[in-house]
Design a protein around this ligand. Structure first.
Ligand SMILES: *[C@@H]1O[C@H](CO)[C@@H](O)[C@H](O)[C@H]1NC(C)=O
Ligand SMILES: *[C@@H]1O[C@H](CO)[C@@H](O)[C@H](O)[C@H]1NC(C)=O
Length: 536
């Protein structure tokens, strides 16, 4: 996920070598021939206008399969940041007074437009992020479901009412928007995570500052265009770009009331501490080390498929990837079959048909993954499958790592302690379910955990005793749909209210409780005692 500190800025752009990828061509400066095309500059969105930044510091957005520069992302200047917050602040009073039914209708329209442009969005994600086109469609679709959920905001945001709590007195509560809220996004889901954030926030009546990932901002920009097309008023959604400085500006700004963050622990805890000191509300989804426990009675075929898909899918760059498997009764009987299936996976550019896993996001990410694999080997893990030296024909410069399997991993190894965020599956073993659960619970992270078994007794014990926020029973990546919430726990989450679902509405609203009395009051002496409901 998002590293912190992030990327060095101000790099001069690289001339575009060849912009053809398969049959797909980027659209850039209109008249240039492929070899002289200048990458487009990503814009800020301030007060309803997509404006080019005045900044002189830019970061190249790089296609991880080719190293070609796709676009250039500005480090939004302080003045532009302030203008964005000011636009959001000014748009708030009118937007909060806009009927929720009107706000919902804009989400209805937005979901229609996202469906219309699904293929374009997926293509943009594949080129900037690297994942396969099918996986990119899933990225958009899982975000789209949150937009659909936001269409029911009138019911979700409803308050509560108790009549006649005392003689002639009623109490009711109202969920009101907070004001200007902000979202800081990671690189791994360029559409889904922006869609976890701004649709819920703005449909609750807030206005928003979104900072897409500096590595793949394209999908967020396209979604913002769609939101404007859907009728979102100027200033309700604003977009700024950059790395540490803009993140710190978001944490410090007095007009921003709440921050949603998804990314690494280093960045997430920094934001949590810094923004909380300014009195902000924060929800911070961070790192993970998701375990699968495989019981000896697990159904062989389904379990192997699940492990391969959840371990290597998206090149392991999902915060719900299953990166560690604890085999009860030993891993030996599983290793060969696991290796066979992993070897069958096709590693290639995400744009190529039939690809199972694409490149990882950057050269630095690849280096880090390879180092962690090496450290595992040096501390005694057994390399069952090594994907480090893979070369993909036609994409020799891509940041590819093939599926890698390390066995005999123990919990003191660095490759176990760190989130690898690559296509690396660690195999551990335990004598019984008790010991396996203990291994999982000793890990500091608590995003997700799954069990594979045909025993209801084992599954039920697991569900009850496991310390993870999202539990799968014969389900490898148990990411809840938006009517539930994304409920990572322990070191995987900081804050009190999770993303989307009921908690998401609570996060983006504050409760006002009203006590009212409508009756003719008989004149009586004023009582200065604390009012109680005992006496009328
Ligand atoms: C409210 O409660 C009082 C008793 O505390 C009762 O006399 C009165 O009729 C109630 N009024 C309404 C409108 O329900
Ligand atoms: C993705 O979309 C953004 C915003 O429209 C654009 O700047 C970028 O060039 C697009 N990238 C690709 C590869 O289409």
């Amino acid at each position: 996920m998002l590293r912190f500190p992030l990327t060095r800025a101000g790099r001069s752009f690289q001339p575009w070598k060849s912009c053809a990828i398969g049959s797909f061509r980027f659209s850039t400066a209109a008249d240039a021939s492929p070899s002289h095309q200048i990458p487009s500059k990503v814009r800020n969105l301030i007060g309803g206008e997509f404006v080019e930044s005045e900044s002189n510091a830019f970061i190249d957005v790089i296609n991880p399969a080719t190293q070609e520069v796709v676009s250039q992302l500005p480090l939004t200047t302080n003045e532009e940041f302030k203008a964005a917050v000011s636009a959001a602040k000014h748009a708030f009073p009118k937007w909060r007074n806009t009927p929720v039914t009107t706000r919902q209708r804009i989400m209805f329209k937005l979901q229609e437009l996202i469906r219309r442009d699904m293929d374009k969005l997926a293509m943009n994600i594949t080129v900037e992020q690297g994942k396969t086109l099918r996986d990119a469609q899933g990225d958009v679709f899982r975000g789209l479901e949150v937009v659909e959920h936001a269409c029911g905001m009138a019911s979700l945001q409803m308050g509560e009412y108790v009549s006649n709590v005392s003689n002639g007195i009623d109490t009711y509560s109202i969920r009101e928007p907070l004001g200007v809220c902000a979202g800081i996004c990671p690189f791994n889901f360029p559409a889904m995570i922006p869609l976890w954030m701004f649709p819920m926030a703005v449909t609750c009546g807030n206005t928003y500052i979104l900072k897409p990932s500096e590595k793949d901002p394209g999908a967020a920009m396209m979604l913002a265009e769609l939101a404007m097309e859907a009728g979102l008023p100027d200033g309700v959604l604003n977009i700024v770009h950059g790395t540490n400085d803009v993140v710190n500006n978001i944490c410090d700004d007095r007009d921003i009331k709440a921050i949603s963050f998804v990314g690494s622990n280093t960045a997430g805890m920094h934001i949590y501490a810094r923004a909380a000191a300014k009195g902000k509300r924060i929800q911070s989804n961070m790192g993970a080390k998701n375990h699968a426990i495989v019981m000896p009675d697990a159904s062989l075929d389904a379990t192997l498929n699940a492990l391969v898909a959840a371990g290597f899918g998206a090149a392991g760059q999902r915060c719900m990837a299953l990166s560690t498997v604890v085999f009860v009764g030993g891993s030996k009987p599983w290793e060969e079959k696991l290796k066979e299936r992993a070897k069958e996976l096709k590693v290639n550019a995400g744009i190529e048909p039939g690809t199972d896993l694409g490149p990882v996001i950057s050269k630095q990410a690849k280096d880090r993954i390879c180092k962690l694999i090496q450290s595992g080997v040096e501390s005694g893990a057994r390399l069952v499958l090594d994907g480090r030296s893979i070369v993909v024909g036609g994409y020799e410069d891509g940041n590819f790592v093939g599926p890698t399997i390390l066995a005999d991993v123990t919990s003191n190894m660095e490759c176990y302690e760190e989130e690898i965020f690559g296509p690396v599956l660690l195999c551990m073993q335990a004598d019984g379910l008790e010991e396996a659960i203990d291994i999982v619970n000793r890990n500091k992270f608590g995003n997700g955990a799954s069990i594979f078994t045909t025993s209801g007794v084992a599954a039920r014990k697991f569900q009850h005793e496991i310390e993870a926020g999202q539990v799968g029973i014969n389900v490898p990546i148990p990411v809840p749909l938006p009517f539930f919430s994304f409920t990572g726990s322990k070191a995987s989450f900081a804050g009190d209210l999770n993303f989307y679902g009921k908690a998401g509405v609570q996060f983006y609203t504050q409760i006002k409780t009203v006590t009212q009395q409508w009756k003719d009051l008989p004149s009586q002496a004023a009582s200065l005692a604390m009012p109680t409901s005992q006496k009328a």
